[in-house]
Every structure is written in structure tokens, then in C-alpha cells.
Design a protein around this ligand. Structure first.
Ligand SMILES: [Zn+2]
Length: 447
């Protein structure tokens, strides 16, 4: 799908340009993958019939700021005997043992294509499945990372490879064992040597990640932060109370305080989950403008709890969204869950407006994974457009912006443009039979 040199004109019946209500009849002109003109109230004249009409509501591309692509193969497979956290984690480790660069490439391509169908135009892949079983190196030590980069390119979406350091298995510094041996680079030099050799092409960039305070001792967090200079830095934070308790026992502080002590918080950093926080933790995250990526459908699947999303946003942390374990790939569902979970928790409605939730799904998510020129329908921005059907059985009759956030599902996405290239048309992926690819790729890892 080469970029087109001639201007492409789109006529959005309704487009969300960032305000509280969408705008009617918006002409969006695209040149070489960038938006060059946005003109509301546009009616194509007889000589301008060449424009492509987008019926429904057109949004900027959605950013999935937290993904572990391989977890998609666990969907619907961890609920036997009702399921516990451990049935999920045992399944995840068993799955991690089965993948090689070829099978991971096929699986990830299908997963990223599923994301494209859901309107996701860029993904932050929190990647720690680096090495062969037992921890031995592939001939290309980045074979798994390169498989993910190829998968995203073939699926038509951008990818930030959040290359994850994972050196220990507990807060007390126990060594990696069994399936975890695939995750480890031995030491920080091992991580840096491998990570710096990663080759990214167009539509991809590098980021860094600390798996969690379980996986990197405090003093090494301080040594790792300079290695991540100039890149997005992500970290799983206080997803479960047990992590907080172990951190208090070892360091006498919370995981957030530990990260702050070693300089890992800041506007280029994103804390993933941030579920179980103290008032001090929330202030540290907000004061440092650390973004927080909430992953409500995974957090409910794993019984993690409900994080303080409103309080974090009020403290100064930009919120973004991730589908994480891919129990569900639907950022509309993630967005509305941020509000609906607060309602359940507080027994009160009205914490987030639909436009705030869309900001989390678009501009804040893109910024968190290193694409600050994406996530808005505005001149100069990347031409990522996502059109939502407002006449489906789910969305018919709803107010347009509320339809997208509180009623739509990923199946309501009809058209997706990524960097000016049409990736989804009429609800179908331009090049891949996504359901068949998912079925075959997952069938291959669970024969
Ligand atoms: Zn995660």
C-alpha cells in the first residue's frame, strides 16, 4: 500500500476535532501521510466529487498504549474451574514456552490486524519475550522483537517496541527460573547491547520498559533510566497489593516512591495500571506528569481492582488506555470502563466526559508511546482516521460522541486510515483475513 502523492480529500459527515461535540461536514485533505487541511462546514461542489465520503463519526486514530501481543492466545482459555490469577499466569508461562520467532510473527500479525479493525493505529508493545526457551540467544538476539516489528508493518499499524528489562523474579532479587529465563538479558549491559541493535523501519520506534519493581532492583533502576534517555519509558506499577507489600518489606517504601527515588518518573514515563496507590504515590505521579495507562478490561479479568483514575488525572497525570492481555481488543470498551468503574466504586455518576475519554484513547496514548504528532485531526498531524458507524444496532439513535464512547464496539469501526493508507475498508482489513489468521495462529500454539 504505497503512499499516494496526490492529495486525498475526505468528507467526514461528522468529525471529532477535540471539542465537546463533533463538527459536521469536515473536509480533511491528506498529502504523503499527513493531514494538510481541515475545513468544517464543507459541501463538495460538482467539480469536487472526487472526495471520499466517510459516513458516521470520524475520530483520530486510537493508540493502544499497552500490549503483550502473545497474551491474545490466552483469551477464553483461563477460566476453567472458574479461574484464579494463577490459572491465568500458569497459562501465560506455558504459552510463553511455545513461541518462536516464526509462530510469534504469525500470531502478532493477526493480533495487530485485530487492533487495526478496532481502529487502533499505533500500539505500544511491552516486549519481554526476548530469547529462546532456557534463555539461550537466537542467532539474531532480537529475532522476537524483529518478528513483532514485521507483524505490525504487515498489519498496517505503527508500533513502539517498549523493550523490557527483566532481570529478577521477585522484589527480593531472586533469579529468573523456568519460563522466565526467556525474558532475561543477564544484566543491564546485556539489555543495552541487544536493545541498541534492534532495527526499526518506517512506522516503528524504540522505547524502553522496566517490567516492574519485581524485575529490576532499586539501584539498577537508577542505572537503567539514563539508558532510556530520549525514549518513552514504561513500567508496570502496583497492579496488585502483593507487589506493594513486598516493596515495603524490602525497601521501606512503595513502588512509586522507589521509582521516584531513582529518577524513573517524569513526562516521558508511563506507569501501567497504577491500581493500588497511596495519596503520596498519586501526588508523585501527578507532580512529575508521569502518564498512567489504565487497562480496565484486563484489570477486571485478573481481579486486580479499580485504580484511582479521576484522582490521578486531577493530580496531573495524563491518562491513556491499553488492552494489555487482549481479553478484549476494543478501546471504546476500555474508555467507557474508566468512567463506569468509577461509578461502581464511588456510587456516583459523572467523573469523565466523553471527550476526555477520547483524549485518553487518542492524543494522550500516542504521546505516551512516542508519537506526539498523532492523535488529532489537525493540519500537520499524521493522517490517522477512524470512522465509527452511527447506524448500527449498537449505535443507532445515540448522540454521536456518546455513541462512540458509551455504545460502540470495535465492530462498529468501518474505515481506518494509518499514515494516509487505507488499512480497513467497510469493516474489513485491506490485506488480511483476520479471523482466519487468528484462528490458525492460536491453533498452532495450542495444538
Ligand atoms: Zn502488562
Amino acid at each position: 500500500m504505497p503512499l499516494t502523492a496526490a492529495p486525498n480529500r475526505y468528507h467526514a459527515e461528522l468529525a471529532w476535532l477535540g471539542g465537546p461535540v463533533p463538527v459536521a461536514d469536515v473536509m480533511i485533505e491528506v498529502v504523503d501521510g499527513r493531514i494538510t487541511t481541515v475545513r468544517p462546514g464543507w459541501a463538495p461542489g460538482p467539480a469536487e466529487r472526487g472526495s471520499i465520503r466517510l459516513a458516521g463519526l470520524t475520530l483520530p486514530g486510537l493508540a493502544n498504549a499497552h500490549s503483550h501481543a502473545f497474551h491474545r492466545a490466552l483469551r477464553g482459555r483461563t477460566h476453567g474451574s472458574r479461574g484464579t490469577f494463577w490459572t491465568w499466569r500458569d497459562g501465560m508461562y506455558a504459552l510463553a514456552q511455545r513461541l518462536d520467532p516464526d509462530s510469534y510473527h504469525r500470531l502478532a500479525r493477526a493480533v495487530y490486524a485485530e487492533m487495526a479493525l478496532a481502529g487502533i493505529t499505533a500500539v505500544g508493545e511491552f516486549h519481554y519475550l526476548h530469547h529462546a526457551p532456557g534463555g539461550s540467544r537466537y542467532a539474531d538476539p532480537n529475532a522476537m522483537g524483529h518478528a513483532l516489528l514485521a507483524a505490525a508493518s504487515e498489519a498496517g499499524i505503527r508500533l513502539t517496541l517498549l523493550d523490557t528489562v527483566y532481570l529478577t523474579s521477585t522484589v527480593d532479587g531472586e533469579p529468573l527460573r523456568g519460563p522466565q529465563l526467556r525474558f532475561g538479558d543477564g544484566d543491564l549491559d546485556g539489555w543495552a547491547d541487544r536493545a541498541q541493535a534492534l532495527k526499526t523501519g518506517p512506522g516503528a520506534r524504540r522505547g524502553a520498559a522496566i517490567h516492574s519493581v519485581r524485575a529490576l532492583p532499586g539501584e539498577l533502576i537508577g542505572a537503567f533510566v539514563p539508558l532510556a534517555e530520549g525514549m518513552p519509558l514504561h513500567v508496570h506499577l502496583s497492579e496488585q497489593r502483593a507487589e506493594n507489600e513486598a516493596c515495603q518489606a524490602r525497601y521501606g517504601c512503595s513502588p512509586t516512591e522507589l521509582l521516584h527515588t531513582y529518577g524513573a518518573l517524569g513526562p516521558d514515563s508511563t506507569a501501567v495500571h497504577a491500581t493500588h496507590l497511596s495519596d503520596v504515590d498519586r501526588s508523585l505521579l501527578g507532580d512529575t506528569e508521569t502518564a498512567v495507562c489504565v487497562c480496565p478490561t484486563t484489570e477486571r479479568d485478573l481481579a486486580d481492582g479499580i485504580g484511582p483514575a479521576r484522582a490521578l488525572a486531577d493530580a496531573g497525570s495524563p491518562l491513556c488506555l491499553g488492552s494489555d492481555s487482549h481479553a478484549v481488543v476494543d478501546l471504546f470498551e476500555e474508555a467507557r470502563a474508566v468512567e463506569l468503574d468509577e461509578r461502581l466504586h464511588t456510587e456516583r455518576r459523572g467523573h469523565f466526559g466523553a471527550d476526555e475519554l477520547l483524549m485518553a484513547a487518542t492524543v494522550c496514548g500516542h504521546r505516551a508511546i512516542g508519537w506526539p504528532d498523532a492523535g488529532r485531526i489537525a493540519p500537520g498531524h499524521r493522517a490517522d482516521l477512524v470512522t465509527v458507524d452511527l447506524s448500527s444496532v449498537r449505535t443507532a439513535g445515540a448522540e454521536p460522541l456518546a455513541a462512540a464512547v458509551f455504545a460502540a464496539g470495535s465492530a462498529d469501526v468501518t474505515h481506518v486510515l494509518v499514515d494516509g493508507r487505507p488499512v480497513v475498508r467497510d469493516g474489513r482489513h485491506a490485506t488480511l483475513d483476520v479471523a482466519r489468521e487468528l484462528s490458525e495462529a492460536i491453533g498452532a500454539v495450542w495444538p
